[in-house]
Design a protein around this ligand. Structure first.
Ligand SMILES: [Fe+2]
Length: 151
């Protein structure tokens, strides 16, 4: 994350966290859920879920770093590297296998469902933010946050 004032860094961090959270959840609910139920793609889907877990853990770490803290840059770099590796795996392994299993039309039919669910999740997060409630986070984030604040 480029140097800047802490409020800009916080805004960028929050945008990054929200965008990734929305994408991960929608993908899991629409795409991974479909493919995890098929024996031919269950193993590869489990691998993708685990990569999402790694991304979510790094997002949790990123959320714990104060804007302006020099550690923020390293957190963002680790997150970026993990996301890039995951996207590579999805593009070169997961999606080709998904297309072989489901067929091109069925796989393409998931795209509008994914986009609709993504829009719903974005709205849910925006509503929570407007109400001032704690942002909804993936499983494990709360526990990670609590373990860091209690020590
Ligand atoms: Fe993914």
């Amino acid at each position: 994350m480029a140097a800047g004032d802490p409020s800009s860094q916080q805004r960028l961090r929050d945008q990054l966290v929200t965008a990734l959270t929305v994408h991960l959840r929608a993908e899991e609910e629409v795409v991974y859920d479909t493919l995890s139920q098929r024996p031919a793609t269950a193993g590869l889907t489990l691998h993708s879920y685990r990569e999402h877990d790694d991304i979510e853990r790094l997002i949790g770490e990123l959320r714990l770093v104060d804007p302006g803290d020099p550690a923020l840059h390293g957190c963002v770099e680790r997150l970026r590297d993990t996301v890039v590796a995951h996207v590579h795996d999805e593009e070169h392994e997961f999606l080709p296998q998904a297309e072989r299993e489901l067929g091109k039309e069925h796989l393409a039919s998931l795209i509008p469902m994914f986009n609709a669910r993504r829009a719903e999740i974005e709205q849910e997060l925006a509503t929570q933010a407007a109400l001032g409630s704690a942002p909804s986070v993936p499983p494990g984030w709360d526990a990670l946050s609590e373990s860091h604040t209690q020590s």
